[in-house]
Ligand binder design. Structure first.
Ligand code: DC
Length: 220
């Protein structure tokens, strides 16, 4: 069973996807974390993303993987656990430009498709359109910009990041624009995806709604 969840940044998709996977007893894959892992490597190594040679060379030396650590699905860059390091505003500011690069997408999409040999819930921007166009069920999650910025701001503050609400709002607006307008695999709302707007929904409401749709569609 493959469940594809796409949508805007910070709309709650990862929380829904993770809870849904837990409920169904299948794996959860956060593909945004994979783009963030590559971005962290590029930032640390001053890779010029306009230079295809540098980008390709870097991609050849990077391995991105998930491993279970204390019950959490942590992300590793080569052998380093970078789960907490990819959530900074520096990585958030750079990740959308990095995710426009076709070489980066090619590498990560191949990895993601290989993970689909087992049942999973995967979230991202191009899961229903490119990674698993034949997914059993597809969701498109969104919420208004202000609500998303407030949620992400509170999350960042709780991790002791020094950031303002305005900075977070600008980052999300900018990422929405880049993610939706890039040439390779832009974020789109597919006609066969179920739309869920989380602006006025509690987490419990969101989850119940998604579970009902999954049960209905997959006749569980
Ligand atoms: O879900 P997130 O905010 O952690 O994602 C970070 C960035 O990665 C997002 O701005 C766009 C990119 N991304 C993508 O292009 N394709 C995906 N499948 C997942 C994320």
């Amino acid at each position: 069973m493959i469940i594809a969840i796409d949508g805007h940044s910070s709309c709650g998709k990862s929380t829904i996807a993770k809870a849904l996977a837990g409920k169904l007893g299948i794996a959860y894959v956060d593909t945004g974390a994979m783009y963030r892992a590559i971005t962290l490597y590029f930032l640390r190594n001053n890779i010029d993303i306009r230079d295809a040679r540098q980008v390709n060379h870097a991609l050849d030396t990077i391995s991105v993987s998930f491993k279970s650590v204390n019950g959490n699905n942590n992300i590793f860059l080569n052998d380093e656990d970078i789960t907490d390091l990819i959530r900074t505003i520096e990585v958030s500011n750079m990740v959308s430009p990095v995710a426009t690069l076709p070489e980066v997408r090619k590498k990560l999409v191949a990895l993601q498709q290989a993970m689909g040999r087992n049942s999973l819930v995967m979230d991202g921007r191009d899961i229903g359109s490119v990674v698993f166009p034949n997914a059993d069920i597809k969701f498109f999650i969104t919420a208004d910009l202000h609500t998303r910025a407030k949620r992400r701001y509170e999350e960042l503050i709780s991790f002791n990041n020094e950031v303002s609400l305005q900075e977070v709002t600008e980052n999300l607006a900018n990422r929405d624009q880049i993610d939706s307008s890039r040439a390779t695999s832009p974020l789109i709302q597919l006609p066969d995806a179920i739309l869920i707007d989380t602006t006025h929904l509690t987490l419990e409401n969101q989850l119940n709604m998604v579970i009902d749709k999954v049960k209905e569609k997959l006749k569980l």
